[in-house]
Design a protein around this ligand. Structure first.
Ligand SMILES: [Zn+2]
Length: 297
């Protein structure tokens, strides 16, 4: 073998070796960054890694689409002139149709604790999930919502205002106890008396956030892990208080359906109103302009 042929052969071998190494690298980057459901990983860290290595991925796997629906009234509005109540309402029949829509399309109902577990990588995220949340603890939750949840074995989260319990239009403590005992409904906190937290002193806000948690936990022998801001009103110092009080998540009234670990203290929610069937599905799966994107403008 001439020395030229020897050199050519060595160059060929090096080329094949380099090609093989590059191929391994591509395989590693392509497959290693797929989300590994159920594995206990820090999703925030994973997203940074993904952004650096796989630039072609459109949606980094560290955040996911989970529609969190927000309901207030589920009733037959008696006064047609009460437009505010009407706009916050979903009639019971429509609510039942919404549940049927989700069930027929393979959705699973999850609570805010489930979502917290997804965010922490403690649980695998099923393909289609939806969270039903109810604010204020109205009496109609017991009259209309609770029987429908039981009928379809659907889980939900109810944000309760301890100062409202036993008032005329709200749940009684007896009803709330039955709801807790059902195991279908997770209880969240919505402050002592439903006042805007950003318009009060630091100490008063702490009392509203923390005392209501303690009251609900002690009275009903439960753990409260999620918080809902009255009137959707919060700022960075209120978020700090919610975090210090031991909550794992908090929900806002900002419209959106992307759940991101960074947003765990102001998760987006969607008001489904009167929609059901395909219109409901396309609405909850659509791309919302989230508060996060607006903030960048
Ligand atoms: Zn409220």
């Amino acid at each position: 073998m001439t020395s030229k042929r020897k050199t050519d052969k060595i160059i060929n071998l090096i080329s094949v070796f380099l090609f093989f190494i590059s191929f391994l690298g591509i395989v590693y980057l392509t497959f290693d960054n797929k989300p590994k459901p159920g594995k206990n990983i820090d999703l925030g860290v994973r997203k940074t890694i993904v952004r650096k290595t796989v630039l072609t991925k459109v949606v980094p796997p560290s955040y996911f689409r989970i529609p969190i629906l927000v309901y207030h009234y589920v009733e037959i509005v008696q006064n047609p002139k009460d437009t505010i109540r009407e706009s916050l309402n979903t009639p019971p029949k429509v609510f039942e149709n919404q549940l049927k829509t989700f069930i027929n399309n393979g959705y699973q109902f999850v609570t805010l604790s489930d979502i917290s577990d997804y965010l922490n990588g403690k649980k695998a995220i099923p393909k289609h999930v939806v969270a039903l949340t109810f604010d204020d603890g109205y009496r109609d939750f017991y009259t209309y919502v609770f029987p429908i949840l039981k009928k379809y074995h659907a889980k939900a989260t109810a944000y309760i205002v301890p100062g409202f319990i036993n008032k005329q239009n709200n749940l009684t403590s007896f009803q709330l106890q039955q709801i807790v005992d059902s195991g279908l409904v997770e209880i969240g906190d919505h402050t002592i008396d439903h006042t805007s937290l950003t318009s009060m002193s630091h100490n008063d806000a702490w009392y509203e956030i923390y005392q209501s948690k303690i009251e609900l936990e002690n009275t009903y022998n439960i753990n409260i892990e999620s918080f809902s801001y009255p009137y959707g009103s919060f700022n960075s110092s209120i978020i700090n208080l919610v975090q210090q009080a031991g909550f794992k998540t908090a929900v806002s009234t900002r419209p959106g359906n992307i759940v991101d670990p960074k947003d765990r203290y102001y998760l987006f929610r969607i008001h489904p109103g009167y929609l059901s069937g395909d219109r409901l599905l396309s609405y909850i799966e659509s791309n919302f302009i989230t508060g996060k994107k607006l903030a960048k403008k």
